[in-house]
Write a new protein. Sequence first.
Length: 75
Amino acid sequence: MIGGIDSGVPNYALEDGCTINDLIDDERVWPSRGAFLNHVNEVVRELLADGVITARERGYITTAAARADVVVRPR
């Protein structure tokens, strides 16, 4: 789940004990929606490179993030 949207990707646990959702940190207050989406793209790029997720799962996560309701700091 990313900001209330189900990506359909399991929340895999990583070697350090964190999960994908821990890394995405969708409950944090973000400076902008773009900053959140950039962060998600960086996370999934690393997860894909490390073999944690597949390219298809990367797409599911980024699509869910684009639709997610995240908190953005008011200006």
